[in-house]
Design a protein. Structure first.
Length: 134
């Protein structure tokens, strides 16, 4: 299957580099605008296809929150995400280990867990400050 080829096309390599170069969890549109600076003829469709393919290949993660565009993460380590319900910013919560919780749940249930989808939402410090000022 073409998608699991380890050799990446120039477009796919660029998309991967863009996603991995930021902690901002870009949307497909963010990646597209950044990619156009390097590769002006790249299309939005090409960016979408490559993001989906890189996700299926396990090279990047898709982050989905309700009522929010899909975001992408180049950090493949186990970690949680938190989203501000006011401004939509998404940040990593990397100092808590999802693996520790999985180990405990596996012991309790005898399941062998292969996927965890936990996302947190709250109001970021900047939005908290804005609401106190208003």
């Amino acid at each position: 299957m073409e998608g699991h080829n380890t050799k990446l096309s120039k477009q796919r390599e660029l998309v991967l580099q863009i996603v991995r170069s930021t902690k901002m969890h870009p949307t497909a549109e963010d990646v597209y605008y950044k990619a156009k600076k390097t590769m002006p003829r790249i299309s939005m469709g090409t960016v979408y296809r490559n993001l989906r393919l890189l996700s299926k290949m396990g090279r990047i993660k898709e982050i989905n929150f309700p009522d929010s565009p899909t975001r992408f993460d180049g950090d493949m380590r186990d970690h949680y995400h938190i989203r501000c319900s006011e401004c939509g910013r998404i940040e990593d919560i990397s100092h808590f280990s999802p693996r520790a919780a999985v180990d405990e749940i596996e012991k309790l249930t005898m399941y062998q867990i292969h996927t965890v989808h936990i996302k947190y939402e709250g109001i970021c410090p900047e939005c908290q400050k804005k609401s106190k000022i208003s």
